[in-house]
Design a protein around this ligand. Structure first.
Ligand SMILES: Nc1ncnc2c1ncn2[C@@H]1O[C@H](COP(=O)(O)OP(=O)(O)OP(=O)(O)O)[C@@H](O)[C@H]1O
Ligand SMILES: [Mg+2]
Length: 239
């Protein structure tokens, strides 16, 4: 479970990028963050992960206040997985080596077991286990980035634009992989997406952000029908 309460954060002392952000995500829920370029979506994920520490407000993961805990400690102890917007696999390493990096804090035996589980969950990775990540397609890379973040069995997963640059068919494969994580491992997923309607289709709830705060929130199905969301993302009515 993720609880964000009135969080203020920024990269320099003078400028607040998050200006009182409040939102929640429950266990086994996919929650999507929508909003224009530069509104603070990636900054929010980086703040939850602990790359940035909030100036004010509270961040709780699984009921525990982690507002001032830096990223490496959250990933190690807090059961947090983070897939950043860019550069999310090591191209020069094989698929297996990428997964081993994700399992850095596990014992060798636990790593082997988890790689087997993830290979079963994502057969596309099983077929390419010893190939360099550089040779994967865009969609395969996204699935590898997801699997790497899942290595330590996080209870919370932060995904920054997992479908960026993918064709509609591959986008569906990546989204199916995300749904499997929620359904099979009960992971709480907070996902930033530009493909709003496709993302809402697999989400339970969503938040529309504007200028560092929540502008609109609701069940995913409701937001898909909301005229304001349609205006923003589909250029008006579609029927
Ligand atoms: N490392 C950084 N240092 C300073 N300012 C930053 C940094 N990263 C982002 N910003 C600024 O913070 C604001 C929010 O950026 P952020 O990356 O969170 O937006 P976003 O909503 O994820 O946008 P996009 O949809 O383009 O990915 C922008 O004005 C951006 O210029
Ligand atoms: Mg971003």
């Amino acid at each position: 479970m993720i609880e964000i309460d009135n969080v203020v954060a920024g990269y320099s002392a003078e400028i607040d990028i998050l200006r009182g952000m409040t939102l929640q995500a429950q266990r086994a829920e996919i929650v999507t963050l929508l909003g224009p370029n530069g509104c603070g979506k990636s900054t929010l994920l980086k703040t939850i992960a602990g790359f940035l520490l909030p100036r004010r407000g509270r961040i709780a993961l699984q009921g525990e206040d982690v507002s001032q805990i830096p990223v490496h400690r959250k990933i190690r102890h807090g059961g947090l997985g983070f897939v950043p917007q860019t550069d999310n696999v090591f191209s020069a390493l094989s698929v297996r080596e990428n997964l081993l990096v994700g399992g850095h804090f596990l014992t060798a035996a636990a790593c082997t077991k988890r790689i087997d589980e993830l290979a079963t969950l994502y057969p596309v990775l099983a077929r390419k286990m010893d190939l360099r990540a550089a040779s994967l397609s865009g969609g395969e890379r996204q699935i590898l980035a997801l699997a790497r973040a899942l290595m330590p069995r996080p209870s919370i997963l932060l995904l920054d634009e997992p479908s960026a640059g993918l064709s509609p068919k591959v986008l569906h494969e990546v989204f199916d992989a995300i749904v499997q994580v929620r359904d099979q491992e009960g992971v709480t997923i907070l996902m930033v997406e530009q493909n709003a309607m496709e993302a809402l289709r697999i989400s339970d709830r969503a938040y529309v952000l504007a200028m560092g705060a929540v502008a609109l929130t609701g069940a995913a199905g409701e937001l898909m029908r909301d005229e304001r969301v349609r205006e923003l993302y589909l250029g008006g009515r579609t029927h």
